[in-house]
Design a protein around this ligand. Structure first.
Ligand code: C5P
Length: 205
């Protein structure tokens, strides 16, 4: 079984994907980490994340970068959204994501273009979202030392960049179930996600 979970930053998709992985006993891949690693590697190499050739060099990042706590920072998220615009970077990360999906055990993969580009054949697709202000509040609660207005502006800018890019933009696939987590607790959002996936699997039988 393959489950695709897409959505914007701080929508809850990562938490939901992890919970689904536990519930169904499936391996999980957070593809945002791959783009974050490319962004950090590009910056560390002194490259310009907006330059396609520099960013492509960053795509050969060392695996250890995936475990570096710096990868979770807002800075890394911003770098990721810049390098992810380049088609060559997306192409360089494609096989790794499809190989993960092809495991016999199945997979849960979360990102922006999983249901639309990476595994359009997924058994279930969720598009997880939440109102922008709520997403900014969540990020602010994670790190209250960060300025709320700056977080909100950053999220808006990232949404705009992710949705407007010409290759693999953030879109809800036609057959993806929408899950708005704005007014849901984490538990309620996870229960709803499981119910949506179960319904899709039943329909497929
Ligand atoms: O999900 P996360 O916030 O870690 O993603 C960081 C950035 O990586 C996103 O804003 C997006 O620009 C990019 N990304 C992407 N495609 C994916 C996953 C992430 O373009 N499948």
């Amino acid at each position: 079984m393959i489950i695709a979970v897409d959505g914007p930053a701080a929508s809850g998709k990562g938490t939901i994907a992890k919970a689904l992985a536990r519930h169904y006993g499936l391996p999980h891949l957070d593809t945002g980490l791959l783009y974050r690693a490319v962004g950090i590697a590009t910056a560390q190499q002194g490259g310009n994340p907006d330059d396609p050739a520099d960013a492509l060099k960053g795509a050969a990042f060392p695996e250890t970068l995936l475990d570096d706590p710096a990868i979770r920072s807002e800075t890394a998220g911003g770098l990721a959204s810049r390098v992810s615009i380049h088609p060559a970077v997306r192409a360089a990360l494609l096989a790794r994501q499809r190989d993960f999906a092809a495991q016999t055990a199945g997979a849960i993969i979360d990102g922006r273009d999983i249901g639309s580009v990476i595994v359009p054949q997924a058994d279930a697709k969720l598009f997880v979202t939440a109102r922008t202000e709520i997403r900014a509040e969540r990020r602010h609660r994670e790190d209250p030392t960060d300025d709320y207005d700056a977080i909100l502006a950053d999220i808006r800018q990232r949404d705009e960049r992710d949705s407007a890019r010409s290759v693999a933009p953030l879109v809800r696939a036609a057959d993806a179930d929408l899950l708005d987590t704005s007014d849901l607790t984490i538990d309620a959002a996870v229960q709803r996600a499981i119910a949506l996936v179960d319904a899709r699997i039943r329909d497929r039988r």
